[in-house]
Design a protein around this ligand. Structure first.
Ligand SMILES: [Ca+2]
Length: 218
């Protein structure tokens, strides 16, 4: 028996401002994360923690900037940026285990109970500041947490939770397929609308020129 494929763990501690007076600590333990053809993500790949601040579900990602506080599709907000780390164990602590303080009031729409999700990008590294249409990504959230995970939602102010996302390759219960990046960033609707308007304009001009040419030929 040889060692298992290198385990990938991603853990972060985040202090998220829930109200002016209190914050919460969120730790994440992740298993293998893959691209769409089953290759494990390399160390340094960008991972985001996002929240469904309007409680209407996580929508498809739109082209967006990727700073903490930005929205990735209108109302799903980035709480924290992290990166894939490779290690032989399941516990890696970023920042020496010190919770990362985020500015109070930075997430004014965030409320206790908002669903949480992680998003990973096979083609972006942790220094990337934006994502374009067509980029692939994977996303995970659950209302039925396993392996000792807390609920994947914002806890009460002042409390700490541990979100776990462990695939079978890392001793967890989730199939490897749940860690595949099979989604793509879609263009914003208005981009499609603008393209359609532009195309109609060009066709109209061409048709007029064609008609003008036919008249002058007579
Ligand atoms: Ca949403």
């Amino acid at each position: 028996m040889r060692k298992l494929i290198p385990l990938l763990a991603w853990l972060l501690l985040v202090a998220v401002s829930v109200s002016r007076a209190a914050s919460v600590n969120i730790a994440i333990d992740a298993g293998q994360l893959y691209n769409s053809i089953g290759t494990a993500l390399p160390a340094g790949s960008l991972v985001l923690l996002i929240a469904d601040t309007n409680n209407n579900g996580f929508g498809s990602l739109l082209p967006s900037t990727l700073a903490a506080g930005d929205y990735v599709n209108g109302d799903d907000q980035i709480l924290y940026r992290g990166e894939v780390m490779i290690d032989g164990g399941l516990s890696i602590t970023l920042f020496g285990g010190t919770p990362v303080p985020l500015g109070e009031g930075q997430f004014s729409n965030l409320q206790t109970g908002d669903a949480l999700s992680i998003v990973w990008f096979p083609d972006l590294d942790s220094t990337s500041n934006s994502v374009a249409a067509g980029a692939s990504y994977g996303q995970f959230t659950t209302t039925n947490p396993q392996n000792g995970s807390s609920m994947w939602s914002v806890p009460n102010a002042g409390s700490s939770i541990d979100l776990k996302f462990l695939t079978q390759a890392t001793g967890g219960a989730y199939s490897e397929m749940t860690a595949y990046a099979g989604l793509v960033v879609v263009p914003e609707p208005r981009d499609w609308a603008l393209s359609a308007v532009g195309l109609i304009f060009i066709l109209t001009v061409l048709r007029r020129r064609e008609r003008a040419g036919q008249k002058s030929d007579r």
